[in-house]
Ligand binder design. Sequence first.
Ligand code: IMP
Ligand code: MG
Length: 205
Amino acid sequence: MDATDVGADLKEILIPADRLQARVTELAAEIDADYAGQDLLLVGVLKGAVMIMADLARAMRSPVEMDWMAVSSYGSGTRSSGVVRILKDLDTDISGKHVLIVEDIVDSGLTLSWLVGNLHSRQPASLRLCVLLRKPGAARMDVDVAYTGFEIANEFVVGYGLDYAERYRNLPFIGTLAPHVYGGEEAPKPAPERVEEGREPGPDA
Ligand code: IMP
Ligand code: MG
């Protein structure tokens, strides 16, 4: 899928495919160097992290194991308290393993700080975070991200795994959507507003 396939839905391409690939390759080299000689388990957070996980793992030179988790923050109408539900747990026992969580985006940081707490309690040898995109709101939660792809502004983005209402995940770039896509409503609110007012029904975790 490409920009021409989504036509007028697209407002702007923020990060083109070649920049994404170049940055993911850099991150892979950093991770390779940092974990040299150690076994590493990559934990991808479904569904958004599918693209970064696939590209990152293929760009790495060291063998890695891959496992997946699916989580969901409480939906619309509820105050987002950082309470997260596990939809799919890991298949692997991570105790004593070096674990790197791979995620598409950190916005308020609520999802990732919960996930770090959850996985930490399973006693891995080490636990770090790799995030493709980081929004400014993440600073408030003090989530310690070891590997960040890009810092972006506080706006709603899609593509390369990220969705709006389950669509646009298979765009090869990161972009923003035209207002008509949101049906004349405002684009889903990025943090911190989402944290105070609760989640919008559109995008899932
Ligand atoms: P957080 O808990 O606020 O850090 O954000 C958690 C989840 O919200 C992310 O893992 C994404 O699934 C989703 N999300 C946050 N910002 C965006 C965005 O700009 N586009 C698509 N999904 C987003
Ligand atoms: Mg996500």
